[in-house]
Design a binder for this molecule. Sequence first.
Ligand code: COA
Length: 342
Amino acid sequence: GRANDLGIPGVPMTRTRFLGTGIALPERVVTNDDLSQLMDTSDEWIKTRTGIRERRWVVPGETGTGLALKATRSALDIAGLGADDLDAIVYATSTPDHSAPGNGVYLQHLLGAGPIPALDIRTQCSGFVYALSVADGWIRSGLFRRVLVVGAEIQSTALDVSTAGRDTAVIFADGAGAVVLGPTDDDAGILAFDLHGDGAYAEKLWVDAPGSMHHPRMSHGQIDAGRHFLRMDGKEVFRHAVVRMPESVRAVLGKTGHTPADLKLLIAHQANLRIAEVIQRSLELRDDQVYNNIMWYGNTTAATIPIALDECVRAGRLARGDLIALTAFGSGFLWRSAALRW
Ligand code: COA
C-alpha cells in the first residue's frame, strides 16, 4: 500500500477515475452570418474577437435535461454501466429547466435510475470542475461509488438577440457533457483541485432577475428593462480570466509536484479563443498540449469542459496515465482547476 492523503502508510489510497464520457449538442447550427440577420454584428467581428464560427442553439422542445440524458447514456455505454449502477448525480447548470427543483432530479427520473440523490451545482462557467470536486469527495470518502457528473446548459433562451445584447449573444450557447466516475486504487484518477471565488465581481457577469430580492420576484417591468438577460462586462471578465486560469493551473500542478511542461493536455473553459490563447502563452504550452473547440460550439458555460474532454477521448488523444489539467473561470467570479492522471 501507499501513503494516502493523510500520509498514513499502509492505508491504500482511493482515487476517483473517469469511467466514461458523453456529450449531446442541439442539432440546430447557428452561424455568425445567421446572427448578423438578427443584430448589428458580423462574421469578421465575432471571429476576430472570440474565435467563434458557429454554435448550437436549441429549438423549442429541446431541454437541458433532454441533452443531459443523451450525454449520460453515451457516458454509461462507454463505462459499460447502466443507470441502475449509479449511486448519485451531481448536475452543474446555471440554466435549469425550471427555477425549482433543479435538473438533477429530472435527469434521475428520465434515466430510470433508482431513488438516488441528485445535487444541482450553480457555479456557472466553473460548475463542472466544482461538481467534479464534490463527486470526488463523495467517492474518496466512501459515501458513494459511482457518481454521474453533468455539465449542461441552455444559454440561448437567456440571450438578448437584438443589437443591445450582441456582446453576449454572439458568445454563449447550448450543449451538454456527462462523465461517470468511480473509485480506483491504481495510479490513475483525480490528483488535486484548486478552488477560488471572489464575490466582489458578482455583477460583472450575471442574470439579475427573476430573483427573490425583487418584489415581486418576476414582473413585466423587469422584462421591459431586459433584467432577465445575461449581462457581462466583457473587458473585466477578460482581464481576470487571463490571470486567474494560468495562476490556478500552476497552483494545482504544484500540489502534485508538476509544472505545466509536464502536461499531456490542458483543457481550459471555452470562454473565448483569445482568452485560451493567452493562457497557452502564459503557461508556455505547445499547440499539442491544449484543446480548443469554441470555434464550433461557442461558450456552453458548465458544458465546455466535459464536451472538450469527451472529444479528446474519442479522438484518442488521451492514454492511460497521461497528466491532464482542467481549468475554468466565470461568473461569481469563481475559478478552479483540477489535475488528474487519465
Ligand atoms: N458585434 C459587433 N460589435 C460589437 C459586438 C458584436 N457582437 N459586441 C460589442 N460590439 C461593439 C461594442 O458595442 C463596441 O462598440 P463601440 O466602440 O462603438 O462602443 C465595440 O464593439 C468594442 O466593444 P468592447 O466591449 O470594447 O470590445 P472588446 O474588445 O472588449 O471585446 C468581448 C468584447 C466580449 C469579445 C471581450 O470583452 C471578451 O471576450 N470578454 C470576455 C468574455 C468572456 O469570455 N465571457 C465568458 C466568460 S465565462
